[in-house]
Design a protein around this ligand. Structure first.
Ligand code: PLP
Length: 560
């Protein structure tokens, strides 16, 4: 069979592409599609073998419990954990990280020997799911320490971020040098969801252990792409989400060493995690069951089992195909001079890249680029990718991220590149066209048909925006709740608004609104129907709901 037939056969395992053949899906880092075997497993479990686990002893319930526990062993084998006991189920990576961080906070407060030091090291590029649980831990411990301590010199916990350079590339020596006797934990992704780089976890956990620190790894973006061997990685804990590895949503897992899982207290309490309960005291089961209060996501676990079998069977193919597609994508992107890739210096990467767009020193908004991609049914993500500290560090307001899986094909990339080039050309092209400033902006929409013409006119209108100076892009003038950052300032003495947004499309919409607002008195503005005005110009129905919601926030300020 030739390569394209093999690729086609693999793609056919995913019914999504039959139901939605026109979709070019380049957002697998957000969630992967599900192969038929996963869908069938869940449907069969719901139709034919529905019973609760670990409760009843009749045959069906015992069978389902056996199947469910067999997946724990299957997963342990898949990531080379020593035993199924080292795996606990959770709703996803987020819950597993919260569970571990909560428990470690308790160990810290109890002066448990597993907790040594006062610092948690986190990479700047971590997903919020691997930042916020640690931030909460630090706040809780510090609050309790300061409330109960008589000692003024009590040590407070702190977070130490380690950042990549301004291109998004890590120099790992900086991380190794940051680890010291005062380091309690290093919380790090195996693979960054915003940059795609694979971090050298083996070296990092070895260094952490030299200083008695724990190494907690967020493996969410690794499991669909890499052979994961938690013992070779040497980490103390490793978490993942089923839906990013071809499995269903709502289920994930945590792996922990015996020492860690034994020491961690339960995160939630309730049915099934106990040995004995009375009104005076209760005794909990050992790990992993002490972490699994209540009825678990049984069908989710069974579906994850099918997904693990699927990845295991196809991993070599997945890796080879993703590498070929990714190399092709990078070659194509390198020919578009406005594309600036971030985090490409790290040699070890999965098939994911993040980019921003720059023309003659000015940035082009990825939200504007997205409009063309979305129109062409290309599904991918723009924004901060739940990695806001990274975006702040790189001084960008987000990136456009492409994440490839082995069900993609060369035609997907070709289409993406074609539409991207055309979007960039149109965004740049509208720079050079002069607007007709003898006519009002609104009158130039008269008789315009079709979204291409409307959007072109919106972008041209952006040139007429009364621009708010960059020095005033501050919180006081920030309009919360818009898709992109918008600043709007009113000056009463000349009854005029000025505004700014990084997106050219939003600047155009602001220009149209401000042309009207600045022609009205404050009293007239309060009763004027700005939303109806945009609709009458034929604009609103070409806008996404999130754009409309953002504009509503602007309109609320204009009418205040
Ligand atoms: N960690 C990383 C690196 C991720 O990419 C994500 C999701 O995008 C998460 C954690 C959170 O995963 P979930 O939402 O499935 O809990």
């Amino acid at each position: 069979m030739d390569l394209s037939a093999i690729m086609q056969e693999f793609r056919q395992e995913f019914p999504f592409f039959k139901s939605y053949p026109e979709c070019i899906y380049l957002d697998s880092a957000a969630t992967t599609h599900k192969p038929q075997c996963v869908i069938d497993t869940i449907a069969q479990a719901q139709a034919q073998s529905n019973a609760n686990v670990h409760r009843s002893s009749y045959q069906l319930a015992a069978d389902v419990t056996r199947q469910y526990e067999a997946i724990r062993s299957r997963l342990a084998h898949f990531i080379n954990a020593p035993d199924s006991q080292n795996i606990f189920w959770a709703k996803g990576a987020t819950e597993a990280l919260n569970l571990i961080a909560y428990g470690l906070g308790e160990l810290c407060l109890a002066n448990h020997p597993l907790w040594q030091g006062n610092e948690i090291i986190i990479l700047t590029s971590e997903h919020h799911a691997n930042i916020l649980p640690w931030q909460q831990l630090i706040q809780r411990v510090n609050q309790i320490r300061s409330a109960y301590s008589q000692n003024e010199h009590i040590k407070m916990l702190r977070v130490t971020p380690v950042s990549p350079d301004k291109n998004g590339d890590y120099q790992y020596d900086e991380l190794y040098n940051a680890i010291s006797d005062d380091t309690a934990i290093i919380a790090i992704a195996h693979v960054s969801n915003a940059l795609g780089c694979i971090h050298p976890i083996e070296n990092i956990s070895a260094k952490a252990h030299q200083y008695n620190a724990l190494c907690i790894v967020d493996g969410t973006q690794a499991l669909a792409h890499l052979n994961v061997d938690v013992q070779a990685l040497g980490c103390d804990a490793y978490v993942g989400s089923s839906h990013k590895m071809f499995g269903p949503t709502g289920v994930g897992f945590g792996y922990g060493t015996d020492v860690l899982l034994d020491a961690l207290p339960p995160y939630q309490v309730g049915g099934e995690m106990i040995e004995h309960v009375s009104f005076t005291s209760s005794r909990f089961q050992s790990y992993p069951h002490k972490f699994e209060a209540g009825t678990p996501n049984i069908h989710g676990v069974l579906g994850l089992g099918a997904a693990i079998n699927f990845v295991d069977k196809h991993l070599a193919y997945i890796q080879r195909t993703e590498e070929n597609l990714f190399t092709y994508l990078l070659t194509q992107l390198s020919q578009i001079k406005q594309v600036r890739l971030l985090g490409q210096g790290n040699l070890h990467k999965i098939s994911l890249c993040s980019m921003v767009f720059v023309h003659n020193g000015d940035s082009l908004s990825h939200y504007d680029v997205l409009r063309w991609l979305d129109e062409a049914n290309i599904a991918l993500r723009v924004g901060h990718h739940c990695a806001m500290p990274l975006m702040q560090h790189l001084e960008v307001d987000g990136t456009l991220r492409v994440s490839i899986s082995a069900y993609n094909c060369v035609a997907d990339i070709d289409m993406f590149i074609d539409v991207l080039k055309s979007a960039i050309d149109q965004l740049i092209g509208s720079h050079d066209i002069l607007i007709n400033d003898s006519l009002s902006l609104a009158s130039q929409f008269n008789g315009l048909q079709g979204y291409e013409n409307i959007f072109r006119q919106i972008m041209l209108s952006s040139k007429a925006l009364p621009v708010l100076d960059a020095s005033k892009h501050i919180d006081a003038y920030h309009v919360a709740g818009c898709e992109v950052d918008v600043w709007l300032m009113y000056t009463p003495h000349n009854n005029a608004f000025e505004a700014f947004a990084n997106s050219k499309i939003i600047r155009g919409l602001l220009a149209i609104l401000l042309e009207k607002a600045n022609s009205l008195t404050a009293k007239e503005r309060r009763i004027f129907d700005f939303s109806g005005y945009l609709t009458a110009l034929g604009i609103t129905h070409h806008l996404s709901q999130s754009r409309v919601n953002g504009l509503d926030r602007v309109i609320a300020k204009l009418s205040a």
